[in-house]
Ligand binder design. Sequence first.
Ligand code: RUQ
Ligand code: CUA
Length: 667
Amino acid sequence: MHKNVKLLALTAAAGIAVFALAQWPVKGLFAQLGGSSLPAGLEAIVASRELSPDDVEAALKTYVPPGSYDEFLLFASGGQAGNIEVIGVPSMRLIKNIPVFSKDSWQGFGIGDDDTKRLFKQGAAAGQIQEWGDVHHPALSLTNGQYDGQFLFANDKANARIGVVDLRDFKVRQIIKNPLIATNHCGAKMTENSEYYVEGAQFGNPLPFTEFSPMSKYKENYRGLATFWPFDRASGKFVTNRSFTIELPPYYQDLGGMGKKISHGWVFINTFNAEMATPGALEGKPAMEVQVSQREMDYLHVIHWKKAEELLASGKLPTRTISGMKVVSIDQAVKAGILYNIPEPKSPHGSDVTPDGRFIVVSGKLDPHVTVFSFDKIQKAIASKSFDGKDPFGIPIIKFDAAVEAQVELGLGPLHTEFDDKGYAYTSMFLDSSINKWTLEKGPRGEKPWSLVESLPVHYNTGHLTVAGGDTTQPYGKYLVSLNKWSLDRALPVGPLHPQNLQLIDISGEKMKLLADAPVVGEPHYAVMAPAKIFKPWKVYPEVGLNGLTLKKSATATAPGQERVARNGKDVHVYMTAIRSRFVPDRIDVKQGDKVHLHITNLDRAEDATHGFALSAHNINLSMDPGLTVDVDFVADRSGVFPFYCSEFCSALHMEMMGYLTVAKGN
Ligand code: RUQ
Ligand code: CUA
C-alpha cells in the first residue's frame, strides 16, 4: 500500500493534508499547490519514501518545525528507571528527564551532592537508602479538578513512596515514605483541589511491614490501607504529620478513581486478591496468578474521605497510632459509614471517574466488559442499605445490581479508561491490543449510549492510555497516547531488551488515527498530558545563591570576591564560585584524611548557563544551574592529584574551566 502513491490522488484522499498545508505560513507553497497537486519536490519525497496519504497526513500533524514548540507536554512514568520523561506532543520528542527516585548524573542527581543525600534519606525504606524506584503513576496538581501546572507527583511502587516535583524548575523537592506498607500502587492520586494524595497499598503486609508475622496468619495479621497525605501548596510539601490512614483488608489495593464534582469527597479503589491467597509454590500451592483469579468478583472500596476528615477534625473518629501514623481501623471506618465495598468483575485494574463525576468505570482485565457504576445509585444503595451482607472484615457489600449503571462489551483485556472533551470514553485493551472508543450515556454523534464505537489496533499490548486532561473535570481531548508494554518489531533491533513503545493517536476527528511511534526507555505505566501553556517554569533561578532543595538562600552561598578556603581541624570548607569559564578557587590542597566540604555557587545569570563539577576518582559530579549553590562532602581518603572540571559545555573556554584537588600523603 506504500507503493507509488500519486500525489494527485493524495489531494483528494487527504483533504486534511492540504488543509494542513494551507496553514503553513508559506504563501508561495500554497499557491503552487493550486488546489490539485503538491510541488514536484514534495511529490518526489513522498514517492521516494513510499509514503501513503495517511503517512503524509500523520507527518504533517506531528511535524513541529525547528525552533517551534509542541502544544502539549506529556509526563510519562519511567517505571523501574525511577524517573519521569517529559515529552513534547505531537512531535513525541524527549525534552527532559526528571530523576525522582533514581540517580541521574546529567543533573548531578545523587552523584555525591548533599541535597540528594538528604532527599534519599527522607525516602529511606526500613532504614535503608533506596537508590532507585518504580514510578508508576504521575499525577499533576489540580485546582477545581483541572491541571494547574504547579506540581507533579510520582509514586514508587517498590517502596511505598511519593515524590513531589516542583514545576517551577522540574525538580524533586520531597520524597515521603509510608512507614506502614512495603509497596504502594496509588489508590487515586490527587483529590480535586490537591487536598490529598491518596496512596493505596499494593501487596498486603503486617502493619507496619517491618513487623514480622508468618504467612499462615495472612487473614489475621496482614492488612492493606489507604493513606491520605495532605498537600500544602505554599510550601510545596506534604504535611506528613497531618496524614490519616484508613485500614483496609489485605486484598491488593490497586488503582483508584477520585471523586469529582458531585462525587468529590469520595474515592473508589479497586482491589484484586479478594481470595487472600498467599504464595507457596514449593509447598505445592498453585501459582499466585491461579489462586488470585478464582473468584468471579473482587471488591471496589468506596471511601468517603471527606467525612473521615470531618469526623477526625471533631474528634469523633477514634484512631490508633502505628509507626507515627494515625490509623482508623476497619471497624471504626464501617461504623462511621465511610467504607463500603461493591463487587467488581474480574482482576480489575483501572477505576476511572467520568469528568462530571457521575460514573465510575471499572476495567476488569479478565472480563470483556467495562463496568460502569453510578455515583447516584451508590448513594441510594447506601441510604437504603441495599447490601449483600458483609465481607470477612465486616465491610458492607453494596448490591452489584443496585450500583451498576451499564456494562459495555468492549473485547478482551480492558485495562484503563479516560475521557475526551466530546463525551467519548477510551479504554486500553491489553489482550486485544487496541484502543476502544465508546459512548457514555449519550452518543455525541447520535450513537447508541453505552456502546462500542470504534477499535483502533495498537502495537502491542497497551497498558494504560492517556488523553490530554483525560482524568480531569475538563478534558482537552485532541490527543491520546497509548503506553504499550511490548514493542516487538516497532523499532530498529537493538538487542533482546526492546524499548517500550508509546503511540500517539489523533482523537480530534470522527475516526481515531495513529500518528506516531515513540520508543522510550523504562516501563511507561501511566502518563499525564497537559497543554504546555499552563506551565510557567523559571528560566533561571530568581536569585543567586539558592539551595536547590529548599529554594532559600543557602548558608554556604558565596558572593564574587568572597571565595575562600576555611580550615577547622580536619574539616576543610571550600567556598567556590563558578562563572564562565572558571572556578575560584581552582586549586584545593588538602591532606589525606581531611574532610572536604565544597560549596559551589554558580554566579551566571544567563539562561542555560549551567556548570558542572566533575571530580576524578571520587564518584562526584555536580550540576549547578544559574543561581544555585550546591554542596558536597567527601573524605580525601587517598593521596594523589585529581583534576576537576566543568562537565557542562558552557562556553568557548569550557575546556579550560578546571582545577586540581591535591591530596598530600598523611602521616
Ligand atoms: S499500573 S500498567 Cu501501576 Cu497499570 Cu502498571
Ligand atoms: Cu562551565 Cu563548562
